[in-house]
Design a protein around this ligand. Sequence first.
Ligand SMILES: [Fe+2]
Ligand SMILES: [Fe+2]
Length: 152
Amino acid sequence: MSEQGIKTYFEADHDRLEGLLKRFQELKRTDFTKAKEHFREFKFGLQRHIIWEEEILFPLFEQKTGMTMGPTEVMRIEHRQIRNHLEAIHRKVQEQNPESDQEEQMLLSVLSAHNQKEESILYPAIDRSMTGAECASVFAAMKNIPEGRYST
Ligand SMILES: [Fe+2]
Ligand SMILES: [Fe+2]
């Protein structure tokens, strides 16, 4: 895990999460039980991803660049929008209601633009500013966040 940079790792997590949502969308009208499993994994993973960023990566970026009201502020606002759209889909999933296309579209439109900004600006800046040891400590800190924090 500590062998790779922040950009590589977080980009792979973006792709993995996108894949889980896509599987949910493909399955929800034919096999809801299976679709629901993918949604649960997606929701859990996305919540974890956001906590990793807000509690570890963004403070590091702010500390390294001195910019506390810049990109990270925008990213935090977008995370709140992402969480709201995620909850809207979650409510439909809880009702076993597959009619969540609109909510999924809303989530995806915020999420794809958000991920692209992180991948092109934020993660490369963090990678450039860190030593290998600092990078390793980021991955260690990510592992140390208890699951209970993002599984709700
Ligand atoms: Fe993010
Ligand atoms: Fe991200």
